[in-house]
Every structure is written in C-alpha cells, then in structure tokens.
Ligand binder design. Structure first.
Ligand SMILES: [Zn+2]
Ligand SMILES: [Zn+2]
Length: 207
C-alpha cells in the first residue's frame, strides 16, 4: 500500500491517495481543489482512480471533484447523513467560498462499519460525527484518516451546520483514540500524528 498526502485548495485540505500496489488502483480521499494535481500523480505513480471517498461534505474537501469527474469517471461516496450537504451549496459552504457553487449527487452512501474494497485493500468506514453529522474516518492498514474530526493537537470546529461539541468529543475518544498507540493519524488539515501522541498531548483527549 502507498499513501500520499496532497494538500489542495485555498484551505490546504489534505487529499489522500491510497493505492493498492498489487493492482495499481487507488482511492482518493477528499479533493479540495486542483484536480489536475491528482491526474498528474496518477500518471507519475501509474494508478487508476477507483473511487472518491469524502470524509464529510464541506467545500474545502469537495471543490476539486467536478474537475476530476470531467476527466475520469468514478463513483463518489459519502456518509448518508452528509448527502444533503454534498447536494446543497449553502450547506457545503461553496455558496460563500471563492470557488464555484458545488452540488454533487453521490453514487453511493456509506454507514458505520462498511468495508470499501480498492484492489486488495480493505478500508473500514467509521462514523465519527460532531464536525458534521455524517463525518467519517477511514481505517486502512496502520492508518486512520480522520477528516476534520481529529487534528494533530486539536479537533474540528463544531459551530457549523450539524456540528456538536459533545458528539465530536465522543467520536474522538470512544472511536478514534481507542486504536493502538502506533496507529498513524492522517488528518484533514495539517501533518500526520499518532494515536499514542494524541492520547498524551491533545487537550481534547479524555484523561
Ligand atoms: Zn470541514
Ligand atoms: Zn476542512
């Protein structure tokens, strides 16, 4: 497995390319802008894009999708509770961002416990609401992709549509920080960290 981080868009949201080395198929996680960067990477690393999976429906994680879909055809997946956000420029905030207004109809809806297959990789969907109602994290191998639920030293904001402080605290502590200390956290913004580090240093971790 190869995992690449590509920060994209004006908010530098992390796009992750998760690739199966056996079959050269990849899942794209979030796509906040500059879809041509991902097309370029797919040629450099010689992979085929199997699907786009969204950790949640905010504009800074979805703005590059129309551009990518104009070049390649692949399904877009999001948690069922964030579908309305993906459809509505008002809820996904692209109505007030410098990008075009975006409304995307997902090809499939995810729920907690779903397993996505990309080549020989199995990716587990973990529902981690609180930043949005349909926020998800993804577990693949030793990696945990956490979207805007958990960052190095912080958590996502909870003042936007569907946000809840108590819910995000529960998602972080009851679902994410229960993985082994060596699990590598790949957040929606900023650098990678590890479960063990966040348990010790993140002010939102329950002691
Ligand atoms: Zn967000
Ligand atoms: Zn974000």
């Amino acid at each position: 497995m190869i995992v690449e981080r590509v920060p994209l868009g004006v908010y530098a949201a992390n796009c992750y390319i998760v690739m199966c080395e056996d079959t050269k198929e990849a899942m794209i996680v979030d796509l906040g802008g500059e879809s041509e960067e991902i097309i370029k990477k797919s040629k450099e690393l010689d992979f085929k894009i199997n699907c786009i999976v969204l950790t949640h429906g905010h504009g800074d994680h979805i703005a590059g999708i129309p551009g990518l879909l104009s070049v390649i055809d692949c399904p877009v997946y999001i948690h069922e509770k964030d579908e309305e956000m993906l459809l509505s420029p008002k809820l996904n905030l692209t109505a007030v961002m410098s990008t075009d207004e975006i409304s995307i109809k997902p090809d499939g809806l995810l729920k907690d416990g779903d397993i996505l297959k990309v080549g020989n990789l199995e990716i587990k969907v973990i529902h981690t609401p609180g930043h949005t109602m349909g926020g998800i994290s993804l577990k693949v191998g030793d990696y945990l992709i956490t979207g805007d639920t958990l960052f190095k030293g912080s958590i996502g904001r909870t003042d936007l549509h569907g946000g809840s402080y108590d819910t995000i605290i529960d998602s972080v502590n009851s679902k994410l920080l229960t993985y082994s200390d060596d699990t590598i956290i790949l957040p929606g913004h900023g650098p990678a960290t590890k479960v063990g580090i966040e348990k010790k240093t993140n002010p939102f971790a329950r002691k």
